[in-house]
Design a protein around this ligand. Sequence first.
Ligand SMILES: [Zn+2]
Length: 239
Amino acid sequence: MSLDNSPAAAAQAPVSERIYAALRQEIMRCEIAPGTTLDAAAIARRYDVSKTPVRDAMQKLAADGLIAILPRSGYRVAPITFQAVHEILDLRAAIGPHAARQAARYATPADIAELRAIVREYAAPLDVGAMQQVARRFHVAIARCSRNKRVIALSENLFDELERLLRFAIDFSVKAGEHSDEHTALVDAIEAGDGERAAAIETAHIRHAREFLIERLMTLGYLSESEIRLGSPKRSMLA
Ligand SMILES: [Zn+2]
């Protein structure tokens, strides 16, 4: 890329940023389905821009792991694979109970009040996106109670990655009540300073979420057999 001072060049960076942000949101919300193929020309037409800022935006999305770059300016939105679901939930199962145990040790009355305020938000009718944000804030707030910055950062990352998976999986009309009960029990244990009980509740909570998520993804056909094979070491047996 040349160091061009023309107005057109100056405008280019914001355009690619705008396309990046718009596509990222659509991919995260699954408004563009996992596995969809896209091409630079079509995106450029849609946003009424040249292909250059589109390619820049797609490079950033590829760096985020949200798309794969195909030959001839083609792109594929990252599929939801069994491997990715497993890895995210496995890490959450390791970190969540630890955060809950530490929260029982360090949470202040102000922290408990904040957690209870978040749980109360489940009583309101929420759409899918709002419900996800409540769940994220609740679990990140518990991580914050652990007073461990790395645990907080990891929890935030995991919820970013879960966002795309959860779009498909949660039947909120069914789950909201149960979800809220588990959260209340968890806050009760943290308030009582009972780290082992808090960790046990969080372990069960994450196991329920995992079973539900995988079942839903399979029922809806998003975890296809071909995607499982793609991430499986068995592929090497064919070589
Ligand atoms: Zn939860």
